[in-house]
Design a protein around this ligand. Structure first.
Ligand SMILES: [Fe+2]
Ligand SMILES: [Fe+2]
Length: 142
């Protein structure tokens, strides 16, 4: 079953929730493509979207955290940095993939790693660190 955005992922800051909803929607579409065994074809489209959108999203959160002097900012930014590094390393690998049968195996490996990164990391990050940040920001009157 593909992931869907639910109210329990809401952090309570509308601009951040709107971005999370878009991200969750794209992750869900990727999962559906994987279920249709179209994961490899869908990967490039997904990476093109995430490349800019994830950065825009992280910067939105980081601006809020700095502006309101969120005490766990450094740890939260470290988590974003870890994702940035992981994402770009997978993206580079994807660019090296050609069309031989060896490459087919590589591309399937990338599908699996991408699915794990997005579902495990992203969803847990929203449900954990982002929600904590949202609670703090709302206490500050955001
Ligand atoms: Fe987030
Ligand atoms: Fe975050």
């Amino acid at each position: 079953m593909a992931i869907k955005w639910t109210e329990n992922l809401a952090v309570g800051i509308s601009v951040i929730d709107a971005q999370h909803q878009e991200l969750v929607k794209r992750i869900g579409e990727f999962q559906e493509a994987c279920q249709r065994r179209q994961g490899p074809e869908h990967l490039k489209k997904l990476y093109e979207f995430l490349r800019n959108y994830v950065e825009e999203h992280f910067q939105t959160e980081e601006r809020y955290m700095k502006k309101y002097e969120y005490p766990a900012t450094d740890e939260h930014v470290r988590q974003h940095d870890w994702f940035r590094k992981e994402f770009f390393s997978l993206k580079d690998k994807l660019e090296d993939v050609g069309s031989s049968s060896d490459d087919e195996v590589k591309s399937l490996g990338l599908v699996i790693r991408t699915a794990a990164l997005l579902t495990d990391w992203f969803i847990n990050h929203i449900a954990g660190s982002d929600k904590k940040m949202g609670l703090f920001l709302r206490e500050k009157g955001c």
